[in-house]
Write a protein that binds this ligand. Structure first.
Ligand code: NAD
Length: 491
């Protein structure tokens, strides 16, 4: 399969926080990979800006190491790394003070009007406002400027509204790219292609045919390196309010009139606004226990964050509904957690049983299942029922129609672009489709806040669950009460 290379327009990209973990693991390697594929024009410039007082040589060495460690497996010709590094620049700068700003202005001066300038806010959220203010103050917030804002976007509705208002004082909504890297995943975009590019699924995509939908994002890692942030956030704020909510939107939304940023985001917003409040007995929260296995020992959640009385959840499972014509009566089950048995992100669309079995009771009950795997082994599987081959009457079995992208799409399918690659080039191209709009983020918080407030009012404590398990047993009960079961969490 041949992919088309359409280079982006010349640009300057300033990475605030260019020495941080995200820059090192994701942003710089993503830019390098796009450079290797020929998407980045010769005159493009990438400027790291951070508090560290580094020389340009030291910054280039830092980037070279990041590319080597996190650049992935795609081959590049010899010398390409050096060529990429020659595009890099660095400015030591204080987002809260005046140091470095005149130097940054000076570096960006002299660029032709109309050249795209992107400021990537890869810094802690408390710096988002000060950065926006300083960009305006130093005359760098022109109409061709775009800003990329990392998560978390607020801690609740009030803080998200305040942040939106601050950014809106300096930038128009069309200049603000709120990133959710889940939306840049190849399979997530494929979800839209499968739904809206085929006639097959859309007629069945409603409560008449879909029994329920399960969205699982399971992680094997704990909270290492993010303890302080995570203990203030928990799985609800860290995962459900943004990543799982975005997946739910793409699954549940109406077909937009066109694949255009506002048309897509209008439909997603309608989904969030149609979500019912979640009842307390439809939510299970958990905290992982310590693992004593001498090969993989680690402390409990509370031990990890150093808060023996923490009531923050590292796991959550919930059931929710959408009050609209398409989905009334079809529950959506969401779950996510840390230190679970496997790393797996998957959306399972569980269709209803056939209304009547002509094969009799002994043939058993069979229902179709569409499984959309985000990681690992990105791909889509449709489970269909067929006759078991051979003699012995009409015995039915379920078999997968499997489209693993690695197999179906050849080399590019096997090594899909990292989400950041796609999203950064979208910013440079000025395409906001895969970025969250301010009203979407606020609507998601408006749904999340009362749930969290309810826990706080009730003094709710998360249930412990063994590390390496599928989560608290209460999460299984949540399903069983409805006569359903979670699909297994498989690597
Ligand atoms: P980090 O702590 O590793 O890096 C922070 C960066 O900000 C450093 O380059 C530091 O020099 C710079 N910085 C701090 N104070 C500054 C100041 N006053 N002036 C200028 N620069 C300053 O953080 P990170 O993990 O890279 O995360 C950056 C942002 O990305 C955060 O908002 C985080 O929530 C978000 N994020 C990170 C990840 C991840 O995997 N690391 C994932 C999703 C979102």
């Amino acid at each position: 399969m041949v992919s088309r290379i359409i280079p982006v327009d010349p640009f300057d990209l300033v990475v605030f926080g260019g020495t941080g973990d995200l820059a090192q693991r994701k942003i710089l390697p993503a830019l390098f990979r796009r450079f290797c594929t020929g998407h980045i024009p010769d005159s493009a410039r990438i400027i790291g800006a951070a508090r560290s007082d580094m020389t340009l040589d030291a910054y280039r060495a830092f980037c070279a190491k990041a590319i080597k460690t996190y650049g992935g497996t795609r081959s590049c010709e010899d010398g390409t790394v050096q060529e990429f590094l020659s595009r890099l620049d660095y400015v030591p700068l204080d987002a809260m003070g005046e140091t470095g700003w005149p130097e940054l202005v000076h570096k960006l001066e002299g660029c032709a009007a109309g050249r795209v300038t992107v400021f990537y806010f890869s810094v802690g959220p408390r710096l988002f406002g000060p950065l926006a203010e300083r960009l305006r103050h130093h005359g760098m917030a022109g109409p061709d400027t775009r800003i990329v804002v990392e998560k978390p976007f607020g801690h609740d509705l009030e803080s998200a509204q305040a942040l939106n208002a601050t950014l809106a004082r300096h930038f128009a909504e069309g200049q603000i790219y709120r990133i959710d890297h889940y939306l840049g995943k190849e399979t997530v975009q494929n979800l839209m292609a499968v739904r809206f590019g085929n006639m097959l699924f859309e007629p069945l995509w409603n409560s008449q045919y879909v029994d329920h939908i399960q969205i699982t994002v399971a992680e094997t890692v704990g909270v290492d390196g993010r303890e302080e942030y995570y203990d203030r956030a928990g799985a609800m704020r860290d995962m459900i309010q943004n990543h799982l909510m975005q997946l739910l939107c793409l699954i549940a939304m109406e077909p937009p009139a066109k694949f255009d940023p506002d048309a897509v985001r209008d439909e997603k917003l309608k989904v969030i606004r149609a979500l019912d409040a979640v009842l307390p007995h439809h939510i299970v929260r958990g905290q992982f226990e310590a693992c004593l296995d001498p090969d993989h020992p680690h402390p409990s959640y509370r031990g990890s964050v150093g808060e023996p009385r923490s009531t923050t959840e590292s796991y959550i499972a919930l059931r929710t509904h959408l009050s609209n014509w398409r989905w009334a009566g079809t529950p959506f089950y969401l779950r996510t957690g840390k230190r679970l048995k496997a790393r797996s992100s998957v959306i399972n669309v569980m269709f209803k049983d056939a209304p009547h079995s002509i094969f009799g009771e002994e043939a058993g009950r069979h229902a179709n299942l569409l499984s959309i795997r985000l990681q690992p082994n990105e791909g889509i599987t449709l489970k269909v029922t067929i006759k078991e081959p051979g003699p012995g009457g009409m015995r039915l079995v379920d078999v997968p129609l499997d489209m693993t992208f690695a197999e179906a799409l050849g080399p590019d399918g096997g090594d899909p672009p990292d989400a950041y690659e796609r999203l950064i080039t979208d910013v440079i191209r000025g395409n906001q489709t895969l970025f969250m709009r301010g009203d979407e983020v606020e609507a998601a918080w408006a749904w999340t806040d009362p749930i969290i407030a309810g826990w706080e009012a009730r003094g709710d404590a998360p249930k412990p669950y063994p590390s390496g398990s599928a989560g608290p047993t209460d999460a299984d009960l949540l399903m069983r009460r409805d006569g359903r079961e979670w699909r297994g969490i498989n690597p």
